[in-house]
Design a protein around this ligand. Sequence first.
Ligand code: BES
Ligand code: MN
Ligand code: ZN
Length: 496
Amino acid sequence: MQITFSAAALPKSGAIVIPVFEDGGKPKAYADLDKATDGALERAVKSADFKGKKGKAVDVVAPAGLGNSRIILVGAGDSKNFSALEAETLGGAAAGRLLSGADKSAVFALSGLTVKKLPADELAAHMANGARLKCYRFDKYRTKEKKEDKPVLNKITVSTSSTKAKELYADLEKVSDGVFLTRDLVSEPANILYPDSFAKRCKELEKLGLKVTVLTEAQMKKLGMGSLLGVAQGSVREPKLVAMEWMGGKKGDAPVAFVGKGVTFDTGGISLKSAPGMEDMKWDMGGAGAVTGAMAAIAGRKAKANVVGVIGLVENMPDGNAQRPGDVVTSMSGQTIEVLNTDAEGRLVLADAMWWTQETYKPKTVIDLATLTGAIIVSLAHEFGGLFTKDDKLAKQLDAAGEASGDKLWRMPLTQAHDEMIKSDIADMQNIGGKGGGSSTAAAFLARFIKEDVSWAHLDIAGMAWTTKDKPTCPKGGSGFGVRLLDEFVRENCES
Ligand code: BES
Ligand code: MN
Ligand code: ZN
């Protein structure tokens, strides 16, 4: 999708999109086009009883007196509190309508459109960004799609007189590039994306200025990562640990670290999952995908912050060499773990990945992202990522980043009681709790691998990494959840 900004007059062909607010706010083009069409816009609005409500739209098709294919009036809702996120939803809604039509190009007519709390250039930039996010497609494996089923829209021009919009958009574009990378990674099937091929994709990010290090199985063995390696041992695919460094901040300042669960396929191992829906476990690397996309975003826009992204990549398979329920493994931290369920593998991977991250980078803050538990979907459905932390300040910062980015979080309990539920009879801990509170006992497990002076939060994104429904700025499939959240967190709290 090509997106450009222009202050020139509206074109004489293609589609024109016009936002309309409930309280009457419209761009200048509305009156001009209504006049040019001898009142067609007003007649269409009346006959459709269109009041500018969010989610509503009216198409004025083949307007007489104009060469344009259609004029789309999109409802923008209430202008008083109209936010950057709402501008994105609006852009996404417009793009959604355009994608199902036959127009190759469209113009968003925004000149003269003003709202109270969002400057015109931000409105324009975010509307364009929302449209781009909506137009994402993962279609590389479709070789026989009929031409008429493929969207043809390839160019959006944002007509605005504000000069800063283009510059703002260029910054947002880098973040959306990160979102797209995550969507790509999450969408790939597990025969294509496995630890080694995932690590190679990370290596490609060196072109953005990231320093990328890949640890092999032999190196991890030497480091004593028995917890991560125990998960990987049933697979013919070699595990990898990838670190991506962006040191754009003050030299010597402790970095913030993002750590991602990268189980490229989770069969459950010997505690095998049942067949229905198991294909979903190709996206059990959603945490690692989000961390990778966030690092691409942060490097892409050259953030003035020190950030490291670490991902633990393994495949969880049942096999003659797979780990068994009851096995005891020794993690890099020295703590021993009784593996009572081989399907609670994400925490085993994160335990060593997080420990290594702390030893290697001495971060002041660690945030891990993982498609960790089915239980978080029971609690929060597909509306929020679960936020677990003992640090109230970090909770506030992440919550605010969630609200601003649209990647929303809901804080969940993490207490001493949950920690007691993972006591083992024969080792330092077991990898599952008892009945109930499965997301919190998983978090309590992870907490045991965080050093005392480190501020830490765990984000359980099992309900968010994938969407089975089309959303305003995201087609169904991999969502890219977490990229914008982490980028926003860095912008607000880590940049100098
Ligand atoms: N990858 C799954 C969690 C998951 C479930 C992610 C559904 C996305 C959608 C995780 O490894 C897992 O299997 N968790 C178990 C833990 C249990 C064995 C304690 C679960 O949630 O059932
Ligand atoms: Mn599992
Ligand atoms: Zn898993």
